[in-house]
Design a binder for this molecule. Structure first.
Ligand code: SF4
Length: 327
């Protein structure tokens, strides 16, 4: 049996969970190719104009699976993955929205993941998937355990600063621990930051300017919760909570010289987060830049802005170093 997985949106958060689950059951996963210009353009044509960029790209990935001769397309309905927080509502109705737009898809394989009240709901959702494919409870339980283990390893690797491309395969590489002159906290949804084409490879570009990049995935959940507890109102969007908590942690960290927020045009949570981070940065005198990407964003203008930002950070650090050297 072959199951198609679109390489977009929650792929960047949960692929190791799905991969280990289906592999242990003996199912072959067929992942759509990395985002490319034709795939991107197809997604933009298929999705509604008003939706955000990552959802448009996701449509392109789903459509590309039509040619892969898969038995099912996997589109889990992930409502909530931790206590009393939710994923974006745009993701919840995906199985219905997608099948109404792309009518000749293979059958959709789905299950509800709603861990809002109880983390054990994860096992229940995976058992439901396994049962739909005709496996017995014992075999499914083995797959559930493998899936949990793979996901925990992936998250640990990201937390330790491993690159996404390695961590998603459960692999790690020796990290360069040499002191860097500039460290930048790059904020954004994993499906933007780690998709090179959609993000215009912002991470790679900043690295080429000689900076070290850290992302929200490197911040411990306890630290995120610590910052979130200080807000007057609970942040109930999971991804926004992580991005905002990481931003506050970077602002407090003197080893982080500046913050860049890669925001998606058409994303409500992102516009709110960008405003909150900007205010906090202004209060603390930390340089902050928002880059809002949509399907029309050009690479040349972006490089100029990044270059100017990095130059400004470099000059600030030089001035600060001079002041501390000469008292
Ligand atoms: S959180 Fe924002 S970017 Fe992500 S799916 Fe929702 S609207 Fe789109």
């Amino acid at each position: 049996m072959r199951i198609g997985v679109p390489r977009g949106l929650l792929f960047f958060y949960y692929y190791p969970l799905w991969e280990a689950f289906f592999r242990t059951l003996g199912v072959e996963l067929v992942v759509s190719a990395p985002t490319s210009r034709p795939l991107f353009n197809r997604g933009v044509v298929l999705a509604s104009d008003e939706t955000c960029l990552p959802v448009k790209v996701f449509f392109g990935h789903i459509e590309s699976l039509r040619e892969k001769q898969v038995d099912y397309v996997f589109l889990p309905r992930m409502v909530s993955m931790e206590k009393r927080t939710y994923l974006c509502p745009k993701l919840l109705g995906f199985p219905e929205v997608v099948t109404s737009v792309i009518t000749d898809l293979p059958p959709v394989l789905t299950a509800n993941f709603n861990l809002r009240k109880n983390p054990k709901e994860l096992d229940k959702a995976l058992h439901e998937l396994g049962k739909q494919l005709g496996y017995n409870a014992r075999r499914i339980q083995q797959a559930v355990e493998a899936a949990r283990e793979a996901q925990a390893r992936f998250e640990d690797l990201l937390l330790g600063g491993q690159e996404f491309d390695l961590a998603v395969k459960g692999r790690s590489a020796e990290r360069n621990t040499a002191e860097v002159a500039l460290r930048i906290g790059v904020l954004g949804h994993a499906y933007m930051l780690y998709d090179r084409f959609t993000s215009l490879d912002i991470k790679g570009k900043l690295s080429k300017f000689g900076t070290e990049i850290i992302t929200a995935e490197t911040v411990d959940s306890g630290e995120i919760d610590h910052y979130m507890e200080q807000l007057p109102k609970k942040m109930f969007w999971s991804h926004s909570k992580r991005i905002l908590g990481a931003a506050y942690s970077f602002i407090d960290d003197p080893r982080v010289h500046g913050l860049v927020h890669l925001s998606c045009f058409g994303c409500g949570p992102d516009s709110m987060i960008a405003d909150m981070v900007e205010r906090a940065c202004r209060r603390r005198g930390k340089p902050f830049m928002v880059l809002t990407l949509d399907e029309h964003t050009g690479e040349a203008g972006l490089v100029t802005r990044l270059e100017a930002y990095v130059d400004m950070l470099r000059r600030r650090v030089e001035v600060e170093n001079n002041i501390s050297a000469h008292g």
